[in-house]
Design a binder for this molecule. Structure first.
Ligand SMILES: NC(=O)c1ccc[n+]([C@@H]2O[C@H](COP(=O)([O-])OP(=O)(O)OC[C@H]3O[C@@H](n4cnc5c(N)ncnc54)[C@H](O)[C@@H]3O)[C@@H](O)[C@H]2O)c1
Length: 306
């Protein structure tokens, strides 16, 4: 297949592009390197450095004529989305529409979209959360991701696109940017390896559902050929709190790490975990990598990185 991967210089997108190339697909990557890194780019992929909102990005899609558009480029910082909701919508809604329109003109049939199971349900009514819960995001980033899903529904109904919106839980693993706000695992790994203190917001008993990036890659591979069209959770159904996460990583790094508690972040969801039984039925997907194994691989990555 011919596949465009946007955000392919970033954390998840680069792993997905690697897997697609390894499976024999032809891959073109669109990324503006705003948070992605050139060294993450697989050599065998064609690379176009441009903004998804630009006419150049639309031209790349039209000329490459992908069978599949795999969309991972995004403004993904919740804080930025609160401070600059217009910018968030510009990238995540208008940028995505630019690509969808180009895909429509190019005859693209399938779209795989990285949505956010941690934000589209807002303060979830049930844990682990199934896809049937109401979607009432409480941050602009969640709203823009959910709009992406609504546009996909429209494109599927009117233009016959098939789409899979993968509602990710908290993804972690090698290559995650330790400077962002989303990657608590990579932040703790890097700080502990450097002997620096880690910050925990509030009591640290807030929970998240951590999924190893290798498992997420398998969901992106399964989404290429499944017949499913719609939104599906990618999570483990397990909750881990921040204190426990710190202790697990600290134990791997030598156990001497120090932690500092600061005031809780306003508006942060207290608990989050996704029920992925639908992914089992429609994608044949289930998480495989236990948390300690994934944390080990992530610590090893940060240890080996200069
Ligand atoms: N990491 C998570 O836990 C998580 C959870 C839910 C959803 N997601 C979604 O998965 C996707 C990938 O996330 P990630 O963790 O790999 O982040 P990342 O920052 O490593 O990757 C995003 C990539 O998109 C590129 N990009 C950003 N804006 C762009 C633009 N306007 N034009 C072109 N390229 C642009 C960046 O340079 C980067 O390479 C995002 O859409 C994110 O919202 C991630």
């Amino acid at each position: 297949m011919r596949i465009v991967v946007t955000g392919g210089a970033g954390f998840i997108g680069s792993h997905v592009a690697d897997a697609y190339l390894a499976a024999g697909h032809e891959v073109a990557i669109i990324d503006d390197l705003s948070s992605g890194r050139r060294e993450n780019l697989p050599k065998a992929a064609r690379f176009e450095e441009c903004d998804i909102r630009s006419p150049e990005a639309a031209r790349v899609v039209e000329q490459f004529r992908p069978d599949v558009l795999n969309h991972h480029a995004a403004q993904m910082n919740v804080r930025v989305s609160v401070d600059k909701p217009g910018f968030d919508a510009d990238v995540n809604v208008l940028g995505f529409l630019n690509l969808l329109e180009a895909g429509r003109r190019a005859g693209t049939k399938t779209v795989i979209f990285s949505s956010s199971g941690g934000t589209v349900y807002g303060e979830p009514e049930r844990i682990p959360s199934p896809e049937t819960l109401p979607t009432h995001p409480i941050c602009p980033y969640g709203v823009s991701k959910l709009s992406g899903e609504h546009y996909l529904y429209y494109y599927s109904r009117i233009f016959g696109f098939r789409y899979v919106a993968l509602r990710y839980a908290n993804i972690y693993g090698p290559r995650q940017d330790p400077h962002g706000e989303a990657g608590v695992v990579s932040i703790f790994c890097q700080r502990l390896l450097r002997g620096e203190e880690c910050t925990i917001y509030g009591d640290g008993l807030q929970t998240r559902d951590y999924v190893f990036v290798g498992d997420v890659v398998r969901a992106n591979v399964a989404a290429l050929t499944s017949e499913f069209c719609g939104a599906v959770n990618i999570g483990t159904g397990r909750e881990t709190n921040v204190v426990e996460l710190f202790e697990r990583i600290n134990a791997r790094v030598g156990g001497a790490g120090k932690v500092r508690h600061v005031e809780a972040k306003e508006g942060e969801v207290r608990r989050s975990s996704l029920d992925a039984s639908l992914a089992g039925r429609v994608l044949g997907w289930a998480p495989r990598v236990p948390l300690d194994e994934g944390l080990g691989a992530t610590v090893d990555f940060f240890r080996s990185r200069p």
